[in-house]
Write a protein that binds this ligand. Structure first.
Ligand SMILES: Cc1cc2nc3c(=O)[nH]c(=O)nc-3n(C[C@H](O)[C@H](O)[C@H](O)COP(=O)(O)O)c2cc1C
Length: 184
């Protein structure tokens, strides 16, 4: 089987990650793969933040600040610690530009495609990756703390590092479950 297809078929999110993080040369390669995403009108409508070390602690503080007023101490602590689940995080940001033919949602699709390539490339280089979103991705405190402009959005927090314990296999749908000929 073609090695690219094999890599895609073998891909899986890996939530249990540990140090070491991907080194800078691997990161550079994976981000170069991200930049090969289909991109209508070549707008390059994405950017990435690389967060490591003390940055993960600061991000945890932002996550904690996003907690609802009635959050318990345990919930706040969970939020504060969540970026520390991996030695590195990449924040995928859809950064749309105004264009007469390419609406912002298409540009966000491009960022999502880029991020999927990024995850695949990290995996191909032997590292695990886990895409996470949730309320923190929508939070005004997190957005502001990370320096997003009003028209930007967080497409995902990509946790990455060395796989600690591989995740059990995820059931995959048969192609026939989601494809049909049209018109029948
Ligand atoms: C846009 C997006 C957001 C996601 N957000 C989360 C999340 O908040 N928490 C989580 O556990 N997984 C999240 N995931 C990862 C999925 O849970 C994961 O891809 C799914 O369980 C299938 O597993 P697989 O990636 O191994 O195929 C997200 C994936 C995408 C594409």
């Amino acid at each position: 089987m073609n090695t690219i297809i094999r890599a895609i078929l073998d891909r899986s999110s890996e939530p249990r990650l540990k140090a070491p993080a991907p080194p800078r040369d691997v990161l550079e390669l994976a981000l170069a793969c991200a930049a090969r995403a289909p991109d209508h009108a070549l707008l390059r409508p994405w950017r990435y933040l690389v967060v490591e070390g003390a940055g993960l602690e600061r991000l945890g503080e932002l996550f904690e600040a996003s907690a609802p007023e009635d959050a318990t101490d345990a919930q706040r602590e969970k939020l504060r610690k969540s970026p520390l689940r991996a030695p590195m995080m990449l924040v995928a940001i859809a950064s749309p530009v105004s264009h007469p033919k390419v609406p912002a949602h298409e540009q966000a699709y491009s960022c999502a495609a880029a991020t999927a390539y990024l995850e695949l490339a990290l995996q191909a280089e032997g590292y695990g990756a886990m895409w996470r979103t949730g309320a923190v991705a929508e939070s005004a405190q997190v957005r502001e703390g990370l320096g997003l402009s009003a028209d930007e959005s967080i497409v995902g927090f990509i946790y990455t590092g060395t796989v600690d314990t591989p995740k059990p296999a995820v059931p995959r749908p048969a192609v026939s479950e989601f494809v049909e000929d049209w018109p029948g």
